[in-house]
Structures are given as structure tokens and as C-alpha cells.
Ligand binder design. Sequence first.
Ligand code: ADP
Ligand code: MG
Length: 404
Amino acid sequence: MAFKSLDDLLAERVSGRGVLVRSDLNVPLDDDRAITDLGRVIASVPTLQALSGAGARVVVAAHLGRPKNGPAPEFSLAPVARALGEQLGRPVQLAGDVVGSDALTRAEGLSDGGILLLENIRFDPRETSKDDAERLALATQLVELVGGDGAFVSDGFGVVHRKQASVYDVAQLLPHYAGNLVAAEIRVLEQLTSSTEQPYAVVLGGSKVSDKLAVIENLATTADRLVIGGGMCFTFLAAQGVPVGSSLLENGMIDTCRRLLDTYGDVIALPVDIVVAERFAADAEPQTVPANRIPDTRMGLDIGPASVQQFTALLSNARTIFWNGPMGVFEFPAFAAGTKGVAEAIIAATGNGAFSVVGGGDSAAAVRQLGLPENGFSHISTGGGASLEYLEGKTLPGIEVLNG
Ligand code: ADP
Ligand code: MG
């Protein structure tokens, strides 16, 4: 990759200089707006720490969720500012607006090493506008916050596949650098695509085939094994003519799945047993049935133990593994064993020298929630959509622009 790194910026003068950082702080919140997974906050710390430590006046842009109608308290970054301050061991100011008078006043008042988090960048509809001029107008206002000799550090890997004002357009206005997180993520994805040691096994799960069709198509041609579980496996099972009860099913994707099975039948592995229940609930009674015997009145919420065993065997000799998407509804303990079992198989393969990458927000959350060792994997990506698009072979606008 041709982009300049954070180290390149630090080698220049940064003390007293305004540096705009795009971070990915899009964390999951519970009903009380408490952060349930700090992964992305923690992953954003090294770049911010380095800049602050070098005396930069750091202005951070980030989003939370998908606010549709401008500022809304339930999408405020306030809990994130607090958590970030705790992780950094120094206070993080939160601006009351995005690029308004409060942000401007606070940015101008920043001391060397000070950190200001702008309010949710998506409160400004220009951030995600399809109109280049609108995005440019917001980007220009962001640049004003760091002044004429400012710099831009792109560290929000989870958004680099988006052509958005704080990701793409600002990089065209300021000297730009890849932050440590973006650089690390790209290094790993390059290793996954350009120097893939074989056998290469891909594990896909999660809720929908339609979300991941492009990556399935692409990885089916490069992987030696494509193991499919999670909610998406039922559309594949249905394509084989098997009844799937009230399981998650995408009728519009059945033909596509049939074609994939016809073309890549020797690469794709589907579960042989399924843990079913009467309803989608944590306290629903789990029952394991063969994958071709799902009762009409039951829904599949996890892969069964025989599937875990079969998938474990398929993963055991892999040299490279990419995993995206939980094998079941891991949020319910009674339906988490499939995800846990497959994760343990990947950890075991990693222990035997395989290079393993976990991509996907929910997959990463599952690793932490199930108490699995994060360092059991070679890399856990912070950006599900971004890593999938990279693996689909798409160019990521937020990376492309850093190369210019
Ligand atoms: P990731 O974020 O890792 O890419 P996805 O967002 O595609 O993963 O999917 C994660 C979600 O899929 C989880 O919330 C999980 O509960 C759900 N899921 C997995 N298996 C099933 C299933 N059998 N039925 C319904 N939902 C499922
Ligand atoms: Mg997800």
C-alpha cells in the first residue's frame, strides 16, 4: 500500500498542529445506553494516544448508529466520549454539535495534546450525501476545525468502504495518513488475499445470504472449503429441497443458492444437524434434529454438535481461515454452542500455525461475549462491511483516496 502512515506524520511536526482523525466508535449500546462491547473504542486508542502524546491538537470525527433526522439524543456520542476518556486515561471533550459554533470554539481552545470528539458526524446529513458538493461543504468545515496547517488521519476502518465527507472528501483537502488501525487491517487483508497459504477455509454465518452473496461468490472461487452455518444456511438447505420449518429463509435467494451449490458443491459444506426451537427467545426449549428433519413448527437457531464436529474436521488442517458471521443466535446461551465450537476449532487451527482472521461486528462480539481468548486468532477485524468489500475485490474509497 502506497499510503503514508501515522509514523510518517509523527516524523513531521505535529506538536501544536491540528489533526483531524476519523475513528470508528460505532459501538453497540443497550436499552440504558450503556456500551455493551468496547472493542472499537479500544481499537481506536493507539492512534489517538500517539497523536495526543506527540502534542497534536486532536479533533475526532465519528458516527454512532444511523440517525435519520438530524441531532437526536439517543444517537449522541456522550457515552462514547466518556468511555474513550477512560481508555485513554485523559479527558475527552465532547462538542455539542458537529461543525457548529460549539465545535469551532472548542477546537480553537484545544491545548497541545488535547482531544475533542465532535458530536455524531451523521447528525449532519451532508456526511452521507450522494451529492459531491454537499459532502465537500461539510468536509471544508471539518478542515476549518484543524486550521490551515492541519492533517487528516484515517483510522475508522469500519467506514473506509463509504464515500462520506469525513472518510473520503476530507482526505482530498488535507495531507492524509493512514492511522495504525487502518494500516493494520489493510496489512491483514492483503495477507489474506495475496499470499494465501492453502488449504484456505472460509466460515460464513450470520443472518442473511443477501448481505453476503458477493463475498460468497468471490470466496467460493478462492477457498478450498466454504463452511456455511448461521441463519443463512437455511436458504441453502431449502435450495437442496429440505424443509426448514419457520427458520430464517430468503425465498428470493433460493435459486441463487441452488446455483452456488451446483457450481461449488465440492467446496461448500452445510450443517448436518440443527438446534431448533418453537420460538425466537432466550428461554425457548432447544432440541437437536438432523438438518433434513426440521419440523414445520420449529425454527433453526444454531448448528448442532455433529455439525460442529464435521466443521472442526474441515478446519483442522487449514493454513488460512477467514470467519464471518456467527453459526447461531449466540446472544441466547442455549443457542451459542455452534458459534463457540467453531470458534474453538479456529483457535485450535491457529495454535497449529494457521493464519486466522475474524471479520464482522457480531462475530467479533461473539468471541468476547463467549469468553474466548481474543489472541487465539491472528486478527479480529473491527470492520465487517469493509473487510467483506475488500474480499469481494472492490476498491474501498476511503483507502483509495489515501493513496492519492
Ligand atoms: P457479522 O456482524 O459478524 O457479519 P451478521 O450481522 O451477518 O454477522 O449476523 C449476526 C446475527 O445473525 C446475530 O445477531 C445472530 O443472532 C444472527 N443469527 C445467526 N444464526 C441465526 C439463526 N439461525 N437465525 C436467526 N438469526 C441468526
Ligand atoms: Mg452484524
